[in-house]
Design a protein around this ligand. Structure first.
Ligand SMILES: [Zn+2]
Length: 285
């Protein structure tokens, strides 16, 4: 599942390759995604120039002339590819043709992705965007802000980091990685973390995301893989997907916890379980 670094790398690829170009054609092959692709998408956007490419959490916001915004979410399995040859491939649901012959394809086998159309004025009150917590790479994100977000929360730290209303952009991979770097147990009650613990975790989240972004930037030429895929890259993880391998810090075997359909990877020695739920809600600045 694409997380903040992948989506941000996609954004930079779109900026580099499509910003300022006019959209000349929109072809919708399969409108049945998580919710139907609006029928007015193609007539509303065709002929308009791409003026801005922004990201909020895992959402991409492409603003076209006339303040029309194309909102994209890659869901579980969505990908964006540049300049795919004809004809449409399997699972290719939409294709955006830009001037100069550039083409952007939306491919999504599981169809959990979102393609939607909004007016710029609607963004502020869009419930999907309004619900999002703060951006972990934004200026103001620090231990104090994270502490405020976690106050009074009984759920485990890992689950808290995945909750997009607490913090935007993290998924399973980078939540595991950040907790490892902060030496925190994934099931520790989120509200039990001290301010100092939150400072450590906030720094680890930032470091983990920035390292992934740097790896993506260096492994993809112009943010596009050789096959045209935007933003998805292989990155070496400290714990994610490494069950049974030795921890790089202490040598103990990495363990895997399963809850629901998700796996959590952690080092049982470096990430000892500490902190008890004390109930109540602390005072938040
Ligand atoms: Zn360890």
């Amino acid at each position: 599942m694409p997380e903040l670094p992948e989506v941000e790398t996609v954004r930079r690829g779109l900026l580099r390759h499509l910003l300022g170009r006019r959209l000349v054609r929109v072809e919708v092959r399969e409108p049945r995604l998580r919710r139907p692709v609006p029928a007015e998408l193609a007539p509303a956007l065709a002929g308009r120039r791409l003026e801005r490419v922004e990201r909020r959490g895992k959402y991409l916001l492409l603003t076209f002339a006339g303040k029309r915004v194309l909102l994209l979410h890659l869901g579980m399995s969505g990908r964006l590819l540049l300049d795919r040859p004809e004809p449409f491939s399997r699972h290719e649901h939409l294709r955006f043709g830009f001037e100069g012959g550039r083409r952007l394809s939306f491919i999504d086998p599981r169809r959990f992705g979102i393609v939607d159309l909004l007016a710029e004025a609607e963004l502020e009150r869009d419930p999907r965007l309004r619900a999002l917590g703060p951006e972990p790479l934004a200026e103001g994100f620090d231990g104090t802000l994270l502490w405020c977000r976690l106050q009074g929360r009984r759920l485990g730290l890992k689950a808290a980091l995945l909750d997009q209303t607490i913090l935007a952009g993290l998924g399973n991979i980078y939540a595991c990685e950040a907790l490892y770097h902060a030496r925190l147990h994934p099931l520790r009650p989120a509200g039990s973390l001290s301010r100092q613990g939150c400072r450590r975790l906030a720094a680890a989240i930032r470091h983990t995301l920035e390292a992934a972004l740097a790896a993506g930037g260096s492994s993809l030429r112009d943010f596009v893989a050789a096959d045209g895929m935007l933003g998805l890259f292989q990155h070496r993880f400290a714990v994610y997907g490494r069950e049974g391998e030795p921890c790089g810090r202490c040598g103990r075997a990495i363990q895997r916890l399963r809850e629901g359909g998700r796996s959590t990877f952690y080092c049982p020695k470096c990430q000892r379980r500490r902190g008890h739920w004390t109930g109540g809600r602390g005072r938040c600045l």
